[in-house]
Design a protein around this ligand. Sequence first.
Ligand code: CU
Length: 181
Amino acid sequence: MRFYGIALLASTVVLGACGGEKAATDTAAANAAAAAATTPAATTPAATTPAATPGATPAAGAAAPAAATGKTHEVKMIGDATGYKFVPAELTVKQGDAVKFIMTSGGPHNVTFQNVADAAAKAQLDANMPGAKMGELSSPMLMQPNESYTVSFANVAAGKYDFICTPHAAMNMKGAITVTP
Ligand SMILES: [Cu+2]
């Protein structure tokens, strides 16, 4: 009888522990779900961007996003008493580098690449532009100071890529990125 009593006590403890653990797990799951629900959509694309797959051949007309592997260059987007401009407006990067556009003043600004003649380069560049875009090769609008938008030039063919800020195209807000091998 004594043995039976201990066994019963032990199983009660196990059940108790089990119940407590389940409650804790449920709470954690609920918190995670709540956090996921309130996470801004803008932060998810970067986290889920697949890594570069060198050697992979994308289907015709399609390209997989390729993550940058090199240096990140910064370009400020400015609108003030001196005018509307990208600073620097012209820069040279290596294939595999990234360019981070930073909303500095006078927004909203965006970056829209234009006149990309090479179809493969155009598809890759578009694939490397994350988020809820305004259209093909056209980034979302950056509204607040220090908001930024990073474009990877991994797998993007060498060449010169012209870009404008769509809202300020008439104010000559434009630039060019030259990609070297
Ligand atoms: Cu602008």
